[in-house]
Design a protein around this ligand. Structure first.
Ligand SMILES: *Cc1c(COP(=O)(O)O)cnc(C)c1O
Length: 367
């Protein structure tokens, strides 16, 4: 069996250090808002190349708190990709704001600046761009568009730890970069976690209050906050995992190159768009084919696990149906054709070659 993901084997690389880390935090008795969180925030900001970082409970809260810190609420429109994980939308509706869906480019699966521009209105209060699958392609144009219209840009960087455009890493293009440390992300914790990075001190100060009951000084509550903090134990584990991130991203890039080489020129199979400067971090390697369901079944029967990101545009789910466009959309067609192949540092070259061999065999069979 070639698993889509194998977290146990990934973290085993640092087994001893992680267990020592657990013991250190255990013995310190500092479990919430302690020194490990502070150290991780500094190290993660340095990694991203931003001035500040604030740890929060998860990626959804990172997005939600960034929107709240910008004062976004009822009656405000927030532009968001139709083709993304549901959390991107939930952050917006949880503020009481209205999501305005943008269709993706059918080839890259990401939204581009021209598509965003068509959705701008006098009620637009923010644009949320998603670095989907680990790619920041097009973000410079979206940044320029937002700047030109004076609309804040928020990056959903939950799939793009370390992705870069022109040497600038995810988290620096908008006023806030929102990360998830869900275990399967490129940088994952041992449970839930998230962070907001920013170069804007006022925004980070606001997030620091909001995540902690609206309080900076204990039992003084200046704003209506929530409880969404990154635990010290998770921060401590993340400090260890962060040191592997660049190497693991490079391994993902090597796997992507293998896939691209072995899967070239298969009729009926669309390979993923590759960024121009090699800074895609390949959270997912997503191919497209009209034979998606049959291919997925075939691969599973031959021991290759695949997943679908995502099987439906967000606006087709019950809570968001009122935001659905009439008729079939680009993202409906994408949702029916995308297939995510196994990806991650747990894979050996031979695993990737096996997956490619079965894919080639499948297309030969149906030809
Ligand atoms: C994982 C993910 C999130 C949400 O992160 P959680 O930590 O699970 O809340 C948001 N957006 C995208 C694009 C994601 O992949």
């Amino acid at each position: 069996m070639i698993p889509f993901l194998d977290l146990a084997s990934l973290v085993a690389t640092d087994r001893d250090e992680l267990i020592q880390t657990f013991t250190r935090v255990f013995d310190s008795g500092r479990f919430v808002m302690g020194p490990e969180l502070e150290a991780f925030e500094q190290e993660f900001a340095a990694y991203c190349g931003t001035k500040y970082a604030a740890g929060v409970g998860n990626g959804l809260d990172a997005l939600y708190l960034a929107l709240v810190a910008l004062g976004i609420g009822h009656g405000d429109e927030v532009i968001v990709p139709a083709h993304t994980f549901v959390a991107t939308w939930l952050a917006i509706t949880r503020c009481g704001a209205t999501p305005i869906a943008v269709e993706p480019d059918a080839y890259s699966c990401l939204v581009n600046a021209q598509a965003v521009a068509k959705k701008l209105s006098s009620r637009t209060r923010a644009v949320v761009a998603v670095h989907l699958y680990g790619s920041v392609t097009g973000i410079d144009d979206i940044k320029a568009l937002c700047h030109q219209h004076g609309v804040p840009l928020i990056e959903d960087a939950a799939q793009a730890h370390g992705a870069a455009s022109g040497g600038v890493r995810a988290g620096n293009f908008g006023i806030a970069g929102c990360f998830s440390f869900y275990p399967s992300k490129n940088l994952g914790a041992f449970g839930d976690g998230g962070a907001i990075v920013s170069n804007d001190l006022a925004l980070i100060d606001s997030v620091r209050k909001l995540r902690n009951y609206g309080s900076k000084v204990r039992y003084q509550h200046e704003v209506e906050g929530i409880n969404s903090r990154l635990d010290d134990i998770q921060a401590a584990f993340l400090r260890v995992r962060l040191r592997r991130l660049d190497a693991e991203n490079r391994r993902r890039q090597a796997i992507a190159r293998l896939y691209l080489a072995h899967l070239a020129n298969i009729v009926g199979l669309q390979l993923p768009a590759v960024g121009d400067d090699g800074s895609h971090v390949w959270h997912l390697f997503v191919v497209q084919t009209p034979f998606r369901d049959a291919l997925q079944k075939y691969l599973l029967a031959h021991g290759c696990e695949t997943l679908i990101h995502y099987p439906s545009p967000v606006y087709r789910f019950a809570p968001f149906r009122m935001f659905s466009p009439p008729g079939e959309s680009v993202s409906d067609r994408l949702a029916a054709q995308v297939l995510s192949l196994p990806m991650g540092a747990h894979l050996r070259d031979a695993d990737v070659e096996t997956v490619c061999r079965y894919i080639a065999a499948f297309f030969k069979e149906i030809a």
